[in-house]
Design a protein around this ligand. Sequence first.
Ligand SMILES: NC(=O)c1ccc[n+]([C@@H]2O[C@H](COP(=O)([O-])OP(=O)(O)OC[C@H]3O[C@@H](n4cnc5c(N)ncnc54)[C@H](OP(=O)(O)O)[C@@H]3O)[C@@H](O)[C@H]2O)c1
Length: 261
Amino acid sequence: MSSRLAGQVAIVTGGARQIGFAIASRFAAEGASVVLAQRSRDEGEAAEAAIRTAGGEATALTCDVADEDSVAGMVGRTLDLYGRLDVLVNNAGTGVAEHITDLSWDDYRRVIDINVGGVLLGTKYAARQMKVSGRGGSIINISSIQGVLPLRQSAVYAGSKGAVNLITQQTAADLGCFGIRVNAIAPGYIDNEMMHSYHTLVSETPGAAISAARGSIVLGRLGTTDDIAGPALFLASSDSAYVTGTLMLVDGGSQTHGAIA
Ligand SMILES: NC(=O)c1ccc[n+]([C@@H]2O[C@H](COP(=O)([O-])OP(=O)(O)OC[C@H]3O[C@@H](n4cnc5c(N)ncnc54)[C@H](OP(=O)(O)O)[C@@H]3O)[C@@H](O)[C@H]2O)c1
């Protein structure tokens, strides 16, 4: 155990799985008490147990980030449990891959409510608390490389992440005077279910499409969930005390090749 976040309390939305779990586990290993907030009770409890078994402090809460009362409750219960809030990672997200001519308005509402609404609501309630505490804090939004370089059949998802990038800059401007920093991370191709299901939906040969994607990455490999945890730790810790309103691309250099797929 190291202690870069000793005594700090962090909420990670969608912290029970994949990228969120990697971030939550890293924060806990650095001494933070971590709240894992997602809809699935079972996944949350399993993730809480895994972090506790590794020697960390974690509590799983059920929360729907697209529901204002639920998000307010998530922050309130965190304060009841741990007495403070220092870091919020707005990680919970969802996707859709469909051609614009097949756009489903239900998919539009679901993706925008979770990816954009979830970031706005999480920021609203966490920032209120961080402002009142007088200690400031760090808010980290998990965006996507698709918010910078959209892939095919991604108008809604890419649009949602582009919005997250601008919301990051705008809320950083609103909150800097309270010592609250707001930054975003744009993961590239992370080798997990979300990335594979995207390629299965948009390509008849998903294996070949993923190989092509790998070939577009300067570092020559797909990313892992742990590749995102380190940058998140940097943005959560005082090492980034003079960093706000920024978008950190964590994509192995794929943007260097221009638009992909
Ligand atoms: N995988 C990639 O290649 C990639 C690349 C770039 C960016 N990203 C972004 O990284 C983030 C995490 O992606 P991932 O691949 O780890 O996704 P994932 O495996 O699908 O996990 C998403 C997490 O978010 C939670 N979640 C979804 N909707 C929610 C809601 N309404 N309220 C609360 N929690 C909710 C899920 O739990 P429940 O379903 O139980 O609620 C789950 O824990 C997302 O924002 C995604 O857009 C991923």
